[in-house]
Write a protein that binds this ligand. Structure first.
Ligand SMILES: *Cc1c(COP(=O)(O)O)cnc(C)c1O
Length: 802
């Protein structure tokens, strides 16, 4: 199929006619895309099968990465690159008058995630396959991924996302591997041969149908799987309205919950979590049993990782199967379970820590609840031995307390490894959020600083920079991105620096063209592209960025001698549909843009752009175009961040707080190659503990702040004056929980330093090169190797054929 261009052209035409029953000339680009996608999937099926067979027969230890989100983005381009057949396809299609990039654009993003957590899962799958590691994803095949965002009149409007509307060429439905997942009912206990047994009566089952996607390694023969479960009515239909049952069943995999920083306690979310976990664990154990006789060796053959607490019911679900179905005793089952499962914590934001009301949990999952209760009782008894009489400590560490089940506690107790996602985040877990657990079992805790796949986030999305790097230092960095450090040898080379600046110019032009096409606004290609793209959230402080823009505007208007290098402030962010405050910030960005972009004088210095519907495929054109990467979260709040790494790898300079992985970026590049400002995490946390912050002091003592805040509530904007009152109130009446006013002055200074640095173009280019050169540490290949060695104990394999 892909052995030569001629061969490709012939098979492509044949395939297209087979699939669509028409000639090439009558097919639209979607049909052309589907043809190519199907050919690629079929082409890789042999290696896919071979990989799975090899794992089976060589009894390689496997890791299963359970995640409620996988934010894959588009797959065609990356699959073609990984298989090494993209140029051939491009040439073949060209002969047929078809543009490959045109077809690549037809594909919908697989947007089965909110942001960083889901994208991390996708990067991890890529790094597992590309390093010949036996690891697979387990997730949910949401019919609708994260909503599509439209902006109407400056307000966000959400539309249902439709990625499956025309089918999905990458998936294979596996009807032979359907499993049943059970909800509700009542637990009956009885004795059989002196053993206490449990039986569920009156429960309802739904079918979990797996769809498998190939995860193709970069230029290896390894093809792992991502298994996405879809909920369908079961043939054992219940004793009630079938229509209602069908609707309720399909609802389980209908929508992705559009928020990753708040728990809303809705029963459907818990249903989704158990659905994912129960289906996955049942299949993992069944396939283990096909090859192995004793469950005691399970931890030598299988590792199960839970990405945040969403899949934490994997722990009691595994206990249920081992005890109720496999008839093991509690202690043996517990030993197997805890040795198999490991857990990553992603946040310390208290509103994101999952807690489920017992009244909600128990009726939905009665047997699982009993098991959690037993885990809790045994754990508390052990704590009592270690801390006799210290009931206060035990109450704080309990899994069930005050009418709720604490999912993070269950995750810590039921797994052998707990990791944070950046050094500082892990420190905060150990010293604060999870201190008591750390004191009890210090060896369980470890750090795994996040990473990104440099294949999508440099090689694929920035071919111009990739070519220049290959030309300068060769292409060995693709296998080992730490080799990017060799770019430092070119830092003083005039020709190289010119070429490097040229690459950035090209990428800025591509983004500027997109903005012109979408927003109808022309931007100055030589302005500084200052970009903040990420989910909209108070702690990420897009508002601080806006307040600074308002200040700059005021300053430019007041002081005709004040000049800055032209700047384009670019935003992209979705707000969760129920997050009223976040939506207000989106409106504010648009209102400020309206004023700034239409001011005949100021528009020569600054412009403000909001890019609608930020998602993975847009990120691929945004990150490479940035001069400045805004990473300005309140210190201590952003566990790691990964957007910061994507920007850095593409040569943007970080303007950020000492938060998450920004600190490790600083350690890599040194303070002369980025701009740091604001409170430290220590300072923020001590304010929370000891008080002492009064935001109104900053309002009264800093005229720049006062002026901007007053503009929020007066008649400055052509809107009812109450429009931005909630924003004003968050800063003044509610004492500015995220310290925007406290950090304002330091942020202004950092911007001034940045502006001055940009005036020396050569120096700026050197800083930029330095960032690319030191970005190798942030490849997810490094992260995954650390998980593989320290947590999962899995090994690379090699496939010898084709
Ligand atoms: C990388 C990425 C994120 C995470 O960005 P942060 O800046 O780390 O919050 C969110 N959304 C998309 C689409 C991404 O690609």
């Amino acid at each position: 199929m892909f052995s030569s261009v001629d061969e490709f052209v012939r098979s492509y035409k044949e395939k297209l006619e087979h699939m669509h029953g028409k000639q090439l000339a009558e097919c639209n680009s979607r049909e052309q895309y589907e043809t190519l996608g199907t050919m690629v999937r079929e082409y890789c099926s042999r290696d896919w099968l071979a990989t799975m067979e090899k794992y089976r027969y060589e009894k390689q230890k496997q890791v299963y990465y359970l995640s409620i989100e996988f934010l894959l983005g588009k797959l065609l381009k990356s699959n073609l690159i990984h298989l090494g057949i993209r140029e051939l396809c491009e040439e073949g299609l060209k002969r047929l008058g078809i543009s490959l990039t045109g077809l690549e654009e037809v594909e919908c993003d697989a947007g089965l995630g909110n942001g960083g957590l889901g994208r991390l899962a996708a990067c991890f799958l890529d790094s597992l396959a590309s390093q010949d590691l036996p690891g697979h994803g387990c997730g949910i095949r949401y019919k609708h991924g994260l909503f599509d965002q439209r902006i109407v009149d400056g307000y966000q409007v959400e539309l249902p996302e439709q990625w499956l509307k025309y089918g999905n060429v990458w998936e294979v439905r596996r009807d032979d591997q359907i499993v049943q997942v059970t909800f509700g009912g009542e637990v009956e206990t009885y004795y059989s041969k002196d053993r206490l047994e449990f039986r569920l009566n009156g429960a309802e089952t739904i079918s979990a149908v797996p769809y498998d996607l190939p995860i193709i390694g970069y230029r290896t023969n390894t093809i792992n799987s991502l298994r996405l479960w879809s909920a369908e009515p079961s043939s054992h239909s219940p004793n009630r309205s079938l229509m209602k049952y069908k609707i309720e069943t399909e609802a389980v995999s209908e929508f992705l919950y559009p928020d990753d920083t708040h728990i809303d306690g809705k029963i459907l979310r818990l249903k989704q979590q158990y659905f994912l976990v129960s289906a996955s664990i049942q299949r993992i154990l069944a396939s283990y049993k096909e090859q192995n006789s004793s469950l005691l060796e399970l931890p030598d053959q299988v590792a199960i990782h839970i990405n945040d607490t969403h899949p934490v019911l994997a722990i009691p679900e595994m206990m249920r199967i081992l005890i109720d179905e496999e008839k093991l005793d509690w202690d043996t089952a517990w030993d197997i379970t805890t040795k198999t499962i490991s857990y990553t914590n992603h946040t310390t934001l208290s509103e994101a820590l999952e807690k489920w009301q017992i009244d909600l949990f128990k009726p939905l999952l009665p047997r699982i609840y009993l098991i959690v209760e037993e885990i809790n009782e045994r754990y508390c008894a052990k704590l009592w031995e270690k801390y006799p009489g210290d009931w206060q400590r035990i109450e704080q560490m309990a899994i069930i307390a005050h009418g709720v089940v604490k999912m993070a506690h269950l995750a810590i107790v039921g797994s052998h490894s707990v990791n944070g996602v950046a050094e500082m985040h892990t420190d905060i877990l150990k010293k604060r959020e999870m201190r008591l657990f750390y004191e009890y079992e210090p060896n369980k805790f470890n750090n795994k600083t996040n990473g990104i796949t440099h294949r999508r986030w440099l090689l694929q999305c920035n071919p111009e920079l990739t070519s220049l790097i290959n030309y300068s230092i060769g292409d060995a960095w693709i296998k080992d991105p730490t080799k990017l450090v060799e770019l430092l040898n070119w830092k003083e080379d005039r020709v190289f620096l010119n070429d490097f600046a040229d690459v950035k110019r090209k990428r800025k032009t591509i983004l500027a063209n997109y903005i012109h096409y979408k927003n109808g606004i022309s931007i100055d290609h030589s302005s500084i592209f200052d970009i903040q793209v990420k989910r909209m959230h108070a702690y990420k402080r897009q508002l601080l960025n806006v307040l600074h823009i308002m200040y700059l505007y005021n300053r430019l208007k007041e002081d005709s001698r004040f000049e800055i290098h032209p700047r384009t402030f670019i935003f992209g962010a979705k707000a969760s549909p129920g997050y009223y405050y976040a939506k207000k910030i989106i409106k504010l960005i648009h209102s400020v843009a309206e004023i700034v972009n239409n001011d005949p004088y100021v528009k020569n210095f600054i412009k403000v752009i909001f890019i609608e519907n930020f998602r993975v495929s847009l990120g691929e054109i945004i990150y490479p175009a940035a001069d400045v990467s805004e990473q300005i979260s309140t210190a201590s709040k952003e566990a790691s961040g990964t957007g910061n790494m994507k920007f850095m790898m593409n040569g943007a300079i970080t303007l950020g707080t000492l938060d998450g992985a920004n600190i490790e970026i600083l350690n890599e590049v040194g303070e002369e190659n980025l701009f740091i400002f604001g409170l430290t995490a220590e300072e923020v946390l001590s304010y929370y503990q000891n008080g002492g912050y009064k935001s109104s002091d900053y309002y009264h003592h800093d005229t720049r702040i006062k002026k901007v805040l007053d503009q929020l509530i007066g008649d400055y904007f052509p809107l009812p004056s109450v429009e931005f009152e909630p924003i004003y109130d968050s800063l003044m009446s509610y004492n500015d929980e995220y310290f925007l006013l406290r950090d304002f002055s330091s942020y202004v200074d950092a911007h001034e330093r940045l502006n001055n640095a940009y005036l020396d173009k050569t120096k700026w280019s050197k800083m930029s090169v330095h960032n690319v050169a030191k970005s190798g540490y942030f490849t997810s290949d490094r992260t995954i190797r650390q998980y593989a060695e320290d947590i999962w104990n899995i090994e690379q394999h090699t496939l010898h054929h084709s």
